[in-house]
Design a protein around this ligand. Structure first.
Ligand SMILES: [Zn+2]
Length: 416
């Protein structure tokens, strides 16, 4: 399944010299600065004008870059420059996120913008969920791809995921072990399949599209039903030899009296997960059913107990964030959590607790950021593994993407 893995080494394609690094650098410069002149791409990448021209021509032929019409005001001297930009007209990344109660399908363009999203519920049985994904995918593409060419299928979830083998090693809440996602889905799609943990995928998305500091060092903390983290330095997400990097679910908050399914007490996930939160809100009569939307509505409606419940939990999350900041000292820590997406005023409690507990972070408002993807985070995460592979190694498109890039009949289906 290595054909589908995201090896950090850059492949060399027959007939093309190994200039993938330069191609990626040019693509990155245009992603950051586009629309942009070739001379500025040269300045940003350190490549010669000839090398920039060559890489640009290749990337245009791959449908990754496009030339825009020159500005209407002519330059004072010399030829008018033709701005380059990312070409979002042809390619889309297809993504699938597996959450505890539902599956999210998404289409994401080369700038990480969500073009389409659908959620369907599932019953939690791995074989069934993979079958559901295979069954739903063709219709989803037909409804939304609209002539865009899918360049890969990303499948992400919480828990421990091995991207090299394309296997969900362990997902505690779903009770899954060694689920061969890549193998199962490669049988039902011709697309290359990329599998990874959602926290790592969101870290990749932040590195590509987010705060520039994230490229130097980044921690991403995901707090949903699953609680997990990702660590990246120098623009690369660390996975570890056991694919276990960022598995913070069972770190200990020793003074928190909550029992974890693992048998111990005070585990981070058991203390701060959405499930814990909404079950407590139901138990105490704040909401009738364990649903996060109802709970945030209760807070908006002025229920003081619901607000206190959310604030107390954010203070616990603040302690976890402080631990991560002290352990890793990242330039930026990005935080994906749903109550603060809908009630951002609650972030003040988080920042206060971080300041009180962290030894290294003196300015939490500057270091700790909410995910820029907001309620679309799961949809972006799903496509991000594909986008990371393309942006890291644009020439990897050669084997799957003959030029020119008009969509072929096999991927069109019944697209309108
Ligand atoms: Zn535990």
């Amino acid at each position: 399944m290595h054909r589908h893995s995201q090896a950090p080494t850059q492949p060399t394609v027959a007939g093309h010299p190994d200039t993938t690094g330069s191609a990626a650098a040019v693509l990155r410069a245009v992603l950051d600065h586009g629309p942009v002149a070739r001379t500025l791409v040269g300045r940003a990448t350190g490549l010669s004008p000839a090398a920039v021209s060559r890489q640009t021509a290749d990337l245009i032929s791959l449908g990754l870059l496009r030339e825009l019409p020159p500005p209407s005001t002519p330059p004072r001297a010399g030829r008018p420059f033709i701005p380059l930009d990312i070409d979002t007209r042809h390619h889309v990344a297809c993504g699938v996120h597996i959450a505890v109660p539902f599956i999210t399908f998404s289409l994401v363009d080369l700038r990480g913008r969500v073009l389409a999203q659908e959620n369907i519920p599932h019953q939690g049985v791995a074989v069934e969920v993979l079958r559901q994904i295979g069954g739903h995918l063709p219709g989803f593409m037909a409804r939304h791809a609209r002539g865009n060419r899918p360049i890969g299928l990303g499948v992400v979830t919480g828990g421990r995921v091995d991207p090299q083998r394309g296997v969900i090693v362990e997902h505690g809440l779903l009770g899954w072990r060694d689920v061969p996602v890549c193998q199962a889905l490669a049988a039902v799609t011709t697309l290359p399949v990329y599998v990874d943990g959602h926290a790592r995928a969101l870290a990749q998305a932040e590195i590509l599209f987010g705060d520039p500091r994230a490229r130097r060092s980044l921690v991403h903390l995901f707090v949903g039903n699953v609680v997990d983290a990702a660590i990246a330095t120098g623009g690369t997400v660390h996975r570890g030899p056991h694919s276990g990097a960022g598995d913070v679910a069972h770190l200990s908050l020793s003074d928190v009296p909550v029992t974890c399914p693992c048998g111990r007490s005070g585990c981070v996930q058991a203390a701060i997960s959405e499930q814990t939160l909404v079950k407590r809100a139901v138990r105490d009569g704040m909401i009738p059913t364990p649903d996060l939307g109802s709970l945030t509505e209760a807070v908006r409606g002025g229920d003081p107990r619901a607000r206190t419940l959310l604030r107390d939990r954010l203070r616990l999350i603040g302690r976890v964030v402080a631990m991560l900041l002290d352990m890793i000292d990242p330039e930026v820590l990005v935080f994906t959590e749903y109550t603060t997406i809908f009630l951002p005023e609650l972030l003040a409690d988080l920042y206060e607790e971080i300041a009180a507990h962290s030894r290294v972070c003196t300015d939490p408002e500057r270091t700790v950021l909410s995910s820029r993807f907001g309620p679309q985070a799961l949809a972006v995460a799903a496509g991000a593994t594909v986008l990371d592979a393309v942006h890291r190694s644009p020439r990897s498109l050669y084997p799957v993407l003959p030029v020119p890039m008009r969509p072929g009949p096999s991927t069109r289906g019944s697209a309108r």
